[in-house]
Ligand binder design. Sequence first.
Ligand SMILES: *[C@@H]1O[C@H](CO)[C@@H](O)[C@H](O)[C@H]1NC(C)=O
Ligand SMILES: *[C@@H]1O[C@H](CO)[C@@H](O)[C@H](O)[C@H]1NC(C)=O
Length: 373
Amino acid sequence: MPAYGVLSIFVTTATLYLLAINVQAGASISRRVLVGSAGPAPGPSPGAPKDVRIDTASGFAATLVSGASGLAKQIVDRTQGLASAADKVEDNLGITKRAPILLMHGAIQGGWVWEFPRISQGAARGVKGLLEAAGYTVYNPTLPYHSPTDAWNPTDGEVQVQTYVDTFLKVITDQNLQNVILVGHSLAGVWMQQMLQQMPERIGMMVFVDAVVLETGESFFSNKIAGVLSPHSEYPAQAFFTITFSYPFFYQVCNRDVYRTYFVNTAANNTAFVTATYAGLVPEPHGPEMQTQNTTAFFQIPVPKAFVLGTQDVGLSGGYRSWLLFSDRLAEANNGNAPFRVHEIYGDHESMLTQPQNLAKGILQAIHGMQMS
Ligand SMILES: *[C@@H]1O[C@H](CO)[C@@H](O)[C@H](O)[C@H]1NC(C)=O
Ligand SMILES: *[C@@H]1O[C@H](CO)[C@@H](O)[C@H](O)[C@H]1NC(C)=O
């Protein structure tokens, strides 16, 4: 049975569960999501549309992403052609400033993902080691409840977004870091947005790695862009993320084969690698994923931003360029007047694990690009 079939089976149950926690917590899930979930669960189709149209509620024109025409406003640098095993990541980038880098892991993972050794990729200490080799001081903390010995369960009580934000901000204040380069993967995009709002004077640049960017009033769960996962606009595609990652569904839904197929697909045939990295995963507490965020100030603070995009990322349907729907939001920040660039790399959604050299290179090029702008 294809993984998507397995996922579909869980959708109805999961929606009821989410509805229940919505009622309990008084959180806001959009009506559209709940209405859509009432019908039969279609599941994301393998033949997802190439063209994905998303209407945003905030006055931007609808964004059209397609293989042919999706990059209108964005400058895309292709790192892929530059990356070879023989290249050193620090070669000839001309980077002179060495601001501290704070690496922020995504859902169901911990800080370890930035240090996972891929000797065959020339990355004995993963992305962190490669960035250190390029002369940077690098921090990669782990959020509370994000290690297998500290996994969240309901007896731990509800977690707040601010708990995560505080964890990362504490590194900046404890180490008295200035001009910090934030690098956030996937769900960490949400925490990064809040960090900029709360400590703008300490943050010099932001690199979003296949990351989520919320408009004001959205939560990770309710964000409109996750709808690209489904050919049915009413379908609660967000539930794919939430069910896949969240307690308690993670244990049934995000099994090793789902992980292999949708997250580490460029290393899918390396079973030892898949097994070793899967063992480090934990379910997300759903609270922070469901809390709506005020991101109004984020879009007005003119800190340079970049998006690193994996060309093999199949986490969203509609092709890897579906992620540009999130980066489009960054491009619109400061009315389009703030420095912004997209850098493509050969990598899947977990490039820090599967393609650390490519990702390190993409991050360095992103930093370099922002220094030049
Ligand atoms: C995995 O192996 C299959 C069968 O040999 C091959 O078709 C596929 O391209 C491989 N996948 C990767 C990511 O190397
Ligand atoms: C969101 O934050 C902005 C300030 O950045 C504030 O003006 C606005 O009132 C806030 N919106 C809500 C709904 O709290």
